[in-house]
Structures are given as C-alpha cells and as structure tokens.
Design a protein around this ligand. Sequence first.
Ligand code: NDP
Length: 331
Amino acid sequence: MDAEVFDEFPSPADELAGRTIAVIGYGNQGHAQAQNLRDSGCEVLVGNRDDEFRAAAQDAGFEVVTIEDAARRAQIMLLLIPDEVQPEVFRDQIAPGLQDGDTIVVASGYNVHFGLLDIADTVDIVMVAPRMIGEGVRDHYERRESVPCLVSVEHDASGRARGTALAVASGIGVLRGAVSSSVREEVALDLFSEQAIWPSIMAIFQAGYDVLANAGFSDDAILDELYLSGEPAEILGRVSRVGMIGQLGLHSKTSQYGQLTNLLRSGAFTDQMRERFAGVLNDQILSGAFSQDWSGSDTEPDADARIAALRKKAEATSLSVAERAVLDRWS
Ligand code: NDP
C-alpha cells in the first residue's frame, strides 16, 4: 500500500506568523527542533524545568519559561519530553493553559494513540515525527539535507491543522518526502521494531553463541565473528543504501552461495517467526496490552526500577556473561 508523500510545504514563517511555538523539553529532539524552527523564522520559546537543560536553552539564546507559562503563552506546543512523563506533565502543567484553536504537536504516536493525553476537542492534534535522533535533525538542517519524517493530522478542530503540521515539519528541516501517516501506524511500526525485530536479532545471536560455545570454540573468536568486530554495523550501513540482497555483492562467492542457499531453505523458520510476530503485533501492541502493562498502572514500581530488574536477568544470560568477559579482556 503506497502512502501519500508530501513534497511541498508552506513557508513556516508565513503559515505560523502570529503564533508562538513552545518547545516543551530541551532534550534530544527539543534542542534540535527549537533551533531549526527559530532559524526557519518562527517565534520560539522553550518550556523546561529549572535544571541543566534549561541552562542549555538559555545559553542558546532562547527565552525559557516554566512549562505552565509556555502552555499559556504559546499557540503551538511541541511535546518533546519523554513519552512516559507526558501524560502527567500534560495533565498538570499544559492542559490548564490551552486555548481553543491551539495545536499539540507530538513526535511519537504512543500517548495519543493509546489515549493517555486528555486533550480537549477544541485543540488540534498533529504528529511530526522525525525518523532520526535530535543531533541528526540539527545536522541535516544545517547541511540543508531533508529530515525523514512521518506527518499526520489526528484532530482538526481549527480547520488549519494540516497547514500547521506541514509548516512545523518544514521548520524542523523536512525539505521533501514527508510520509503521510497516523499515530496508530507510527506507534505500531515503532513498537513492532522494538518488540519483534530487535529481541529476535538478540535471540539469534544468543542461540548462535550457545551452539558455537558448546562446540568448543573460544568466546573471543565467536563474539568477534558475531558482532564485536563491528562487521554487522558495516553491513547494515550498506543495506540501508543498496538493500539486503544488493549488499551481498560485497561478500566472497563462498559467502554469497552459503547465505543464499540457507536463506532459501529457511521457510519453516520464517513461518514460525511470522506467527510469533503476528502475535506481538496483534495481541501485544494493537490490542493495547503492552501499553496497559507499561503505562496503565500507578501501582507498578517506576520505569527505571522495572527496566533495572529486566536488565539484571538479561545480563545473566550466557552471551551477556561471555561478552562482558571478552570486552574486559580487550579493554
Ligand atoms: P529526552 O529524553 O531527550 O527529553 C529530555 C527533556 O525532557 C529535557 O528537557 C528534560 O528536562 C525533560 N523532562 C524529562 N522528564 C521530565 C519531567 N518529568 N517533567 C518535565 N520535563 C521533563 O526526550 P527525546 O527528545 O528523546 O524525546 C522527545 C519526544 O520525541 C518523545 O515523544 C520521543 O518519542 C520523540 N522522538 C524521539 C526520538 C529520539 O531520537 N530520541 C526520535 C523521534 C521522536 P529536565 O532536565 O527537566 O529533566
């Protein structure tokens, strides 16, 4: 299914004239988007707590106010604080200052899709979700290279939400090729990648390590071959430019023959993964079960404690133990 792709954008300075943009949070995305929007001719202020991020915004020449003041003064709010704190900050510090016709801009679909922000019907909701880290958003802007981005209009109370979304996208450095999407699609793809693809890649390395270690090969040689040499990063870099099969030409003929014969023989394994991945997508992500588990309970210990407990278990696996020992030996 092909998506609509936006290649033409209104001028941010014209489309957003007379409206103040509040960048809420001057972190990874916030520092980049605030500077890009300012350099694009928009009126930008920063809302941040009183700490080192506030000082960084002040050093960059921004007027920095409390989040409450930013929400009262601005007409367009970019929510650029971590997803897990947005519901509470929104409820207590942003919602009371919103006016009819204001716009909430999210950079991730999570909280809007799962209904974790209680946004009044009179407020526009759009998503401008760059597909790169904040440093990349700033670097691309400075080099006049287009920032890859998903854009959507989720609620258009004012009748001008689409123009606002495209102008904000342009202001943060999207020059062409913004993909029309939705918070549902953004969150599904993002969580799927995190919950289906990457854990499976880690599990494949784990299984590979166990088989090779049981066969008596050394941890140093195994882990060097599997990933500590950095070869997979180089291969993935090439994949991003010429595709999975396209990059095979870089490998020896022996390697290509071995990779292709085994790829074409892996139908049963792929079928098993398809079934497992469909479960992750439907039963875990789209059903809301993951969001309920992660964001739905006030009785769970805080996010850092939950992650620390899981990390402790992951660090006890045979691969993790071997990896630490090898990295220590090599350092
Ligand atoms: P960061 O973790 O970099 O956000 C840090 C900012 O949030 C700081 O200004 C920090 O201020 C503030 N903050 C943190 N906790 C609180 C709190 N409890 N109350 C008030 N302010 C708080 O966020 P990101 O830039 O990574 O993410 C922002 C949004 O962008 C998210 O929706 C994310 O999903 C999305 N996104 C992120 C990408 C990325 O590469 N990181 C890529 C694309 C989208 P303080 O100093 O006060 O803690």
